[in-house]
Design a protein around this ligand. Structure first.
Ligand SMILES: O=c1[nH]c(=O)c2[nH]c(=O)[nH]c2[nH]1
Length: 286
């Protein structure tokens, strides 16, 4: 009885690409999750470890970022065809290339501000003890992104610091916010809509030197615009976008092609409150 190699394929899964198309002050944003799988004559590496026909999956990932710089990234079908044809045409041992792309839609908030579509959840938490009622409203999973107007520098640098100061970066977060109402009788629909609008406007409108600064601006704006709210708590994950280094391929990258990071992420948390806010009557955060 013999043992034979059956069907096989290999590739790089889930390359997270964010492509900013800079058209003057108005930016376009494309957000892709690209998975590549190649098959063909790959027997040698499986049977003997002979890698002469193996294009590294790392190269596939690099190709995604380099093509995004060279060709832009528009419709996912076009970008997938471009990549798949490239691997079949340049790698004689590859018979079939499969490229799958998940494309995440963002709605425009401003020239360089975006909100991820179909995301957030409205929350409420009410605590009643005897005659006392405390109402907390909130939102989770509201994903916002500014493709410019964000810097981060002047931070502590110790022996373990490798982060380079930057005057140009993407700032993105998934807003997790709770706000405590001073009373228990207001127009809840209008209050929620206005609070959400205040958070979004402050994020989009703040020229940011840190996510901490943006957090304070968001909380302060909500309190300025909603008299019925006493206190705001925000937890903002810093959804890092790393500038892809394309210099090895002879390409520059003027803040256009980004690697969307997953984990770890910075987590910036804080409370913004009125100095005359009534005390909370129950635990209300998380
Ligand atoms: O806005 C930021 N705040 C930080 O505290 C921080 N730390 C870091 O590595 N990047 C950032 N960005």
């Amino acid at each position: 009885m013999g043992i034979v190699l059956g069907p096989n394929r290999y590739g790089k899964a889930e390359t997270r690409l964010v492509r900013v198309h800079r058209d003057g002050d108005t930016h376009g944003l494309v957000d892709f999750n690209v998975s590549i799988s190649l098959s063909g004559d790959l027997t040698a590496t499986h049977l003997t470890g002979d890698n002469t026909g193996v294009l590294p999956t790392d190269t596939m990932k690099n190709t995604v970022y380099a093509f995004a710089r060279e060709h832009g990234a528009g419709e996912p079908e076009s970008f997938a065809l471009l990549l798949a044809r490239h691997f079949v045409e340049t790698q004689p041992q590859v018979r079939t290339a499969e490229v799958s792309i998940e494309s995440f839609a963002w709605d425009r908030l401003g020239p360089h501000s975006f909100r991820k579509r179909g995301d957030h959840v409205r929350t409420t938490r009410v605590s009643v003890t005897g005659e006392t009622a405390q109402v907390v409203s909130g939102v989770t999973g509201l994903v916002l992104l500014n493709s410019t107007d964000s810097e981060f520098h002047g931070f502590v640098e110790d022996g373990y610091t490798t982060l380079k100061p930057t005057t140009e970066r993407i700032l993105a977060t998934a807003v997790d916010a709770r706000w405590r109402h001073a009373g228990d009788d207001t127009d809840w629909a209008a209050s929620f809509a206005g609070s959400l609008e205040a958070l979004i406007a402050a994020f989009a409108g703040t020229y940011s030197y840190s996510l901490q600064q943006t957090l304070y601006a968001m909380g302060a704006r909500l309190l300025e615009e909603r008299a019925e709210v006493a206190e705001v708590r925000l937890a903002l994950p810093n959804k890092h976008h790393y500038l892809a280094d394309l210099s090895a391929f002879g390409l520059d990258n003027p803040n256009e092609v980004f690697i969307a990071g997953d984990r770890p992420y910075g987590l910036i948390e804080g409370t913004v409150t009125r100095d005359d806010a009534p005390a909370a009557t129950a635990e209300w955060w998380l």
